[in-house]
Write a protein that binds this ligand. Structure first.
Ligand SMILES: [Zn+2]
Length: 128
């Protein structure tokens, strides 16, 4: 089974701006060939920013119902906008392509320190 590349990042070893490919459990630099397996001592780096490109299949997530307005949006509006959250406190924004089909998710963790995507971000209609 092929690994899904999660993100491309600057490489701390050779300084390349985006050659470091981040996978689920390791990273690999296509410029200097440094391979790092993530451990507690070397955790997966936080995504530096969200460069928009396809990042593999959408994952399933279990959403929990909204109980209170979020960012000024009431619960009905949140559902209309495809904004959900998981019981882990992660906010999920669902994006659709020009035909209205769900094609990508954007996730943000509870303390807002991380944002990541899955799905085909390049197909999101308002981004193209
Ligand atoms: Zn490198």
């Amino acid at each position: 089974m092929a690994d899904d590349c999660i993100a491309h990042q600057p490489c701390p070893d050779c300084g390349s701006s985006d050659a470091l490919a981040i996978y689920q459990d390791h990273s690999y630099c296509f410029s200097c060939s440094t391979r790092t397996v993530f451990t507690e001592q070397h955790p997966r780096p936080q995504p530096v920013q969200t460069r928009l490109h396809p990042v593999g299949p959408m994952r399933d997530f279990v959403s929990t119902p909204w109980e209170a307005p979020y960012r000024g949006l009431d619960t009905t509006t949140l559902e209309q906008y495809g904004i959900s959250r998981t019981d882990g406190g992660i906010t999920v924004f669902q994006y659709r392509d020009s035909s209205g089909k769900r094609c990508a998710n954007k996730y943000r963790n509870a303390d807002k320190s991380r944002v990541w995507w899955d799905g085909d971000v390049s197909a999101v209609s308002w981004l193209s």
